[in-house]
Design a protein around this ligand. Structure first.
Ligand code: GDP
Length: 527
């Protein structure tokens, strides 16, 4: 029996699904861990990392992860907090991230941008931010490591604006930094949260009448007090006003200062976030906009992960629920193949342990056992056939020519390439002139290593990868394409669907090609 839309609405209201975007070392693991602790999802700090490490042992292609001490995979964690159900979509933290990381962001309704206050906006944060920006989702900023000497908070705000093009609204403001860090002044609640150092669960809170309250001087001392008056007055006069609509459309980011490792400012952040962040949002489909309260279960696959369990050759397809209620064992239509399938082994991810899930609601992510029937972007529905908007593809930035060491294994080789590209972390191209050669394109270097390893382990094929000097790929749309125009520092290839793609060694080569062919379009993603 289908639940009513009121049942679903109650569940939808509880949910917040977000991803943390940051550069490696900003403190994402630490912040995630603290958030999970508030939710009681794990008992001990350090567990997230601990699990990461133990999971390595379970999968042999993840040897690569172990050797390099990084996580290739992104996963999902769910926890409860004061009546809310929170889903955190994890994104690989190393710079060798993949297209999966980007795609995972399409399953989130908002993002938390985590910044190391000593470093400011770094490369990977910028890339991930741009993907969020394109979707126009709200972005919340956590300015981390305030217990260390960091950069001037105004500097950091300015950098966010300059590099990312988003205005910021500090929800609280730091009093001093590094050794002198006293805590923050909460601009919304007009109170002081005092920093005592150490991992404390309860922060000392002092109510004040405003930032010019004598108590602030008493606690901060003359120097920091004067500094705080100046800074906060400036913010009140020249800063942006808080505007929830601008937050919702991703034009204004609420900023919170804190220190994840000291558990300082994390709870305040979480509480504000839950209040301001959106509930699961509607998604576009071929049948129009699908509201989360639509009674029929619908969802789409945004990521496929191979071999989480080395005992099986299975894959896990990650599905974002868009509407209705999911129940274990239910039958749904697999729209692309036009068949009904039974969802009998769904899994949910709690602090990276896999549990069988009995029911789930919009905003939740479930992992479906995949014997090879799913592709990225597949839609599942309990009602009339519909397909959700196609997921964006992202332009690869690294390229290698791929050949096979033993020509007798050609068949396995092609099968392997086919299946691995279907998972969506590697794109395959073919040359258009001279010998027919195969070129692989990825977003992160690690994908090459994963590819090499999996081809050997799963298909018994040794491959040779030869790195090519290209850095940019653009899909070329033109009535008549002349391959001879792509000779200097560039190469014209075709993608799987026979679209022309130009690879360029540098921006200069790309710009001159664009100038030479004004009638052609050069697209960052496949047309
Ligand atoms: P990730 O790579 O983003 O997941 O970062 P981690 O959570 O592993 O943190 C990177 C390093 O920064 C670790 O050594 C953490 O202990 C440290 N770290 C995280 N948060 C803070 C903080 O608030 N203050 C200080 N001083 N160090 C922190």
């Amino acid at each position: 029996m289908n639940p009513t839309s009121t049942d679903i609405l109650t569940e939808v209201r509880k949910r917040r699904t977000f991803a943390i975007i940051s550069h490696p070392d900003a403190g994402k693991t630490t912040l995630t861990e603290k958030l999970l602790l508030f939710g009681g999802a794990i008992r001990l700090a350090g567990t997230v990392k601990g699990r990461k490490a133990s999971r390595h042992a379970t999968s042999d292609w993840m040897e690569i992860e172990k050797q390099r001490g990084i996580s290739v995979t992104s996963s999902v964690m769910q926890f409860d907090y004061e009546g809310h159900k929170v889903n955190i979509l994890d994104t690989p933290g190393h710079q060798d991230f993949s297209e999966d990381t980007y795609r995972t962001l399409t399953a989130a309704d908002s993002a938390v941008m985590l910044i190391d206050s000593a470093k400011g906006v770094e490369a990977q944060t910028k890339k991930l931010f741009q993907v969020c920006r394109k979707r126009g989702i709200p972005i919340f900023t956590f300015m981390n490591k305030m217990d260390r000497e960091g950069r001037d908070p105004f500097d950091l705000m300015e950098e966010i604006e300059q590099l990312l093009g988003i205005r910021s609204y500090p929800m609280n403001w730091p009093i001093g930094s590094g050794k002198q860090f006293c805590g923050v002044y909460d601009r919304v609640k007009k109170r002081l949260e005092l920093f005592k150092g150490g991992d404390h669960d309860e922060i000392e809170v002092r109510e004040v009448s405003g930032y010019d309250d004598p108590l602030v001087r008493e606690i901060a001392g003359d120097y920091l007090y004067e500094q705080l008056q100046e800074q906060l007055q400036l913010l009140d006069i020249a800063g942006d006003e808080f505007d929830l609509e601008r937050v919702a459309s991703g034009e204004l980011t609420p900023v919170f200062f804190g220190s994840a490792i000291n558990n300082f400012g994390v709870q305040t952040f979480l509480e504000n976030f839950l209040q301001l962040a959106p509930e699961p949002t509607p998604r576009n489909s071929t049948q129009g906009v699908i509201e989360p309260t639509y009674e029929k279960f619908t969802g789409y696959i945004f990521k496929i992960q191979a071999n989480m369990n080395p005992a099986h050759r299975d894959r896990i397809a990650f599905l974002r629920i868009c509407s209705g209620k999911f129940e274990r064992g239910m039958s749904v239509k697999h729209v692309r193949v036009g068949k009904d399938i039974k969802l009998s082994q769904p899994q949910q991810f709690l602090a990276q342990e896999r549990d069988i899930v009995e029911e789930a609601f919009p905003g939740d992510i479930i992992g479906l056992f995949d014997p090879g029937i799913f592709r990225i972007g597949d839609s599942l529905t309990q009602g009339p056939a519909l397909e959700f908007e196609e997921l964006p593809t992202f332009s690869p930035e690294m390229f290698s020519k791929v050949t096979i060491k033993n020509a007798l294994k050609q068949k396995q080789f092609l099968k392997g390439i086919d299946q691995l590209t279907e998972e969506g972390t590697i794109q395959v191209f073919r040359t258009t002139v001279g010998f027919d050669e195969m070129i692989l394109g990825v977003v992160g270097q690690l994908q090459f290593e994963v590819m090499e390893h999996r081809m050997r382990a799963e298909y018994g094929v040794e491959i040779l990868l030869q790195r090519l000097p290209y850095q940019f790929a653009r899909w070329v749309v033109d009535d008549k394409i002349d391959p001879s125009k792509f000779r200097i520092n560039s190469l014209l290839v075709k993608d799987k669907k026979d679209n022309y793609v130009a690879l360029f060694e540098n921006e200069y080569a790309m710009r001159s090609a664009i100038e030479k062919m004004p009638q052609a379009k050069f697209l960052e993603t496949a047309p």
